[in-house]
Design a protein around this ligand. Sequence first.
Ligand code: FES
Ligand code: FES
Length: 165
Amino acid sequence: MELSITLTLNGAMRTVGIDDPRITLLDLLRERLDLTGTKKGCDRGQCGACTVLVNGRRVNSCLTLALSCDGAEIVSIEGLAHGDHLHPVQAAFIEHDGLQCGFCTPGQIMSAVGLIAEGHAGTDAERIREGMSGNLCRCGSYTGITDAVLDAQARMAPQNRGEAA
Ligand code: FES
Ligand code: FES
């Protein structure tokens, strides 16, 4: 018997059949739903390239069973922009050169969005580096990424920074 799960994915409700109960959220997004913005780096929870938001929290989608996401709200990199209007974190990454090859960039951006929403970004670069330490970048864009997170969280509304409005 084929299983199915229902998700709110980037704002739209989707019901998806699951033929293998071991499929990860990452493979579901990339292989089944054609949302290839989320990248597969290590596939073992070490690089952060596959970071998405599940019920507003950052998770490594390569370590998350798709079945465990039944009823969850998922946001992937494809869900951040509204048409041509980029999310403030996306705009800040471009302005501060927070990307080079870009393979880690979707995960970095999702992690930054989650970090800011948690209210943990603050104004301290060291704190941001600690909060983003699960996301690796082989190109050494870390300085640009830190500057982008600082800039984006300063520009975002208090409720999106995890602060009371
Ligand atoms: S692909 Fe998931 S942490 Fe590396
Ligand atoms: S921009 Fe190349 S790995 Fe991060």
